[in-house]
Design a protein. Structure first.
Length: 214
């Protein structure tokens, strides 16, 4: 499998759940604990995002790969030991790239880098951005091919993309509730080191976790 990496480019602005909303949920009056509760909201959001591979608020990331995706196809002659050839002869390129964070909103650019770190930008007219599927995908258009740039050994492909539901009001209610449940747990057990998801939060996010087969 090709090495992959993610880098946050533009963090989200604001909080996934408003401080006032959390204070009302916890029945907290006054502003003494505002700073602490804000930190808890951020920590709870991180926990929910990590558990679901989703991003709640709009943000921009860079996705790096060492090479284009492909798969190895073996026929029956290979398995019986009668087929010979170079490994490259059995590699079949895939026509799509899966974006690991979702929901995907858009792709800002698709670049490749050679050994001299010279960038080549693939035209957006050559690929289709699938924002309906989860995870989202970049798919080559019919008869299209990936750039034939001689890629540098590491992170030769960069896809910059925007993901997230949008603003706080756009986040599904269940995910916002899961954040508040985690904040409540942090607030009630402050001083303890347990950062695991609460049972209620796990139940709330279960429909938002993708089932992986194979």
């Amino acid at each position: 499998m090709s090495h992959q990496a993610l880098k946050l480019i533009t963090p989200p602005s604001g909080l996934a759940v408003a401080l006032a909303e959390v204070k009302n949920y916890l029945r907290v009056n006054g502003s003494t604990d505002d700073s602490m509760l804000t930190s808890f909201i951020i920590a709870a959001t991180d926990a929910i995002e990590l558990a679901t591979s989703r991003r709640l608020l709009t943000q921009t990331w860079a996705f790096y790969m060492d090479r284009f995706p492909g798969r190895i196809v073996f026929d029956s002659n290979w398995s019986e030991g009668t087929r010979e050839g170079k490994l490259s002869e059995f590699l079949v390129g895939q026509s799509f790239i899966t974006i690991p964070l979702y929901p995907l909103q858009s792709v800002t650019h698709f670049k490749t880098y050679d050994d001299d770190n010279t960038a080549f930008t693939m035209s957006s007219s050559e690929y289709y951005v699938d924002t309906v599927s989860e995870p989202g995908r970049i798919s080559l258009k019919n008869s299209g091919t990936w750039p034939d740039t001689f890629l540098r050994p590491a992170n030769g492909i960069e896809i910059r993309f925007v993901c997230g539901y949008g603003a706080s009001a756009d986040i599904p209610v269940a995910l916002k509730q899961a954040v508040m449940e985690m904040v409540a747990k942090f607030y009630e057990s402050r001083g303890c080191s347990d950062s695991s998801l609460s049972a209620t939060a796990i139940a709330l996010i279960r429909p938002y976790k993708l089932m992986r087969i194979g």
